[in-house]
Design a protein around this ligand. Structure first.
Ligand SMILES: *[C@@H]1O[C@H](CO)[C@@H](O)[C@H](O)[C@H]1NC(C)=O
Ligand SMILES: *[C@@H]1O[C@H](CO)[C@@H](O)[C@H](O)[C@H]1NC(C)=O
Ligand SMILES: *[C@@H]1O[C@H](CO)[C@@H](O)[C@H](O)[C@H]1NC(C)=O
Length: 239
């Protein structure tokens, strides 16, 4: 993680119900950061519990977006199962995000390459572009924190796979004690990069390992078709 206070994320994937609040719907997809789309986090101390349930988000406004293919973000090719709603909130210490996608839960176990996964990307460097994850022009063998200075972006990536619904993933004592942004339970990692080919788990780079990096994100997921009793072992992997 680069230069940010600790942050938390709640993710609810493929919720089947829910009216979408569409305040700032993006009409045209763009990699340009100068868009009118803003997700604003208001101060709501003590409101959000990180458990994958969205009841505590219901009075918080969100923005709805179509889910478009990354490499061909054409409106014709939007996911037709439902829209994605993003909400944000903060309590003065942590910022919380909720991502909700309408639709059935269709993951087939074993196909980790077909699982739902999401990433949030934040601009850190003043010259970082949304397009090409920071947009540094250097090649993988020449990009360094010096040659790509100013193009830093920070990402939180959560791949659902076999993650147990309701359990917290992400920053944990084991990985943080080794000084990296990994999640050895392989679901929620914290990384930073300068372009799509120069991306590193916090701390683990090709030429330098920084042993003071930490993953400060935590995340969990839920689907409305699941019952509460389905989530056994509802403990954090970090304990
Ligand atoms: C996805 O995973 C399945 C199961 O492990 C494997 O058979 C398949 O070849 C993988 N597909 C790709 C494109 O990697
Ligand atoms: C960003 O780009 C401008 C213009 O090229 C340059 O003057 C500035 O130093 C850059 N910022 C960083 C942090 O490298
Ligand atoms: C950084 O850490 C990784 C994982 O432990 C290791 O494979 C790699 O050799 C280390 N790199 C350096 C330069 O120490």
């Amino acid at each position: 993680m680069l230069g940010r206070v600790s942050s938390l994320v709640t993710i609810l994937i493929f919720a089947q119900t829910g009216i979408l609040n569409s305040h700032h719907e993006a009409a045209h997809w763009s990699c340009d950061s100068n868009t009118d789309t803003h997700v604003q986090a208001h101060f709501n101390p003590g409101r959000i519990t990180l458990d994958g349930q969205v009841d505590d988000w219901k009075d918080i406004d969100g923005s709805a977006f179509s889910v478009l293919p990354a490499l061909d973000p054409d409106a014709d090719k939007a996911y037709n199962g439902g829209k994605m709603t993003v909400k944000a909130s903060h309590d003065g210490k942590d910022v919380f995000f909720m991502l909700q996608v309408d639709g059935d839960y269709t993951y087939s176990e074993g196909y980790s390459n077909k699982t739902a996964s999401v990433a949030f990307m934040f601009q850190i460097g003043e010259n970082a572009s949304y397009h090409r994850m920071g947009g540094c022009e250097e090649e993988p063998d020449t990009c360094t924190s010096k040659s790509c200075k100013g193009h830093e972006v920070d990402l939180m990536h959560f791949s659902i796979g076999k993650a147990i619904p309701g359990r917290l993933y992400g920053g944990n004592l084991l990985d943080n004690s080794e000084g990296n942004g990994g999640d050895r339970f392989s679901h929620l990692v914290d990384l930073y990069c300068w372009n799509p080919h120069c991306r590193y788990l916090d701390g683990y780079g090709p030429s330098v390992n920084d042993t003071s990096a930490q993953n400060d994100w935590k995340g969990t997921w839920w689907h409305s078709s699941l019952t509460h009793s389905g989530a056994e072992n509802n403990g954090s992997p970090s304990t």
